[in-house]
Ligand binder design. Sequence first.
Ligand SMILES: [Zn+2]
Length: 230
Amino acid sequence: MAVYTVDVYAFFVNSASPRTNIGRIKQDIINANRAWNGCIKFDLKDIHFCKKEQILNAGSISTEKVFRNQQINLLYNNARNTMNNKIGIYVFYLNGKYLDEVNGRRVVGVAGTELIDYKHGKDYKLIGRVLLTEMAGPFTFAHECGHVLFKRYHSTKNTFIHNDPSGPYINPKTKKIDSAHNNDRNNLMFPISPFQNPMITSEQCKIAKLSKITRKRMVYMDEDFDVNFF
Ligand SMILES: [Zn+2]
């Protein structure tokens, strides 16, 4: 039976001890594999610890246009160069509780993708990027991975979309439509990811398996990860 895997590269730009950080990423991977059980297997490939001067505080990053932030760009570009542009999800653990608030939203996780080697709607590559603060919940990483894996080319619209195939979320008060999430509280992609036993739908699984970041393997063996220092 085929196994669908996603490679994960972790970068710690926080001040927690290596031991704490390794414990954290291992737990995030375990929880992501629980949430995406039977659909996607997340494989931790590398972990990197930064030097003291590279520590980044979430509070200094605005919630809006996170991936256009200069510090984040530099951090991400360094990480990608270190990894020789390997395809996967690059996750960064920041110091601090929340990103800089915009409209009172307390953001603990954010996701994005970078499009590379684009030739046409069927021939392109993506790299996933996830930022997590100290306050990220047990399934925040798994949730952000969902946003990354839903990024895809939509041929009739002739554009890239990242909407949740089981969405949208409709805010009960404002009636505002949020296509990246859905209305089911127990679903991993509810705007606030559940604290226990999140589920995913078969549509979400189908789209995640088709992501350019996901690899389909006929033979699969567990491997250990490497530990590196910047
Ligand atoms: Zn979300």
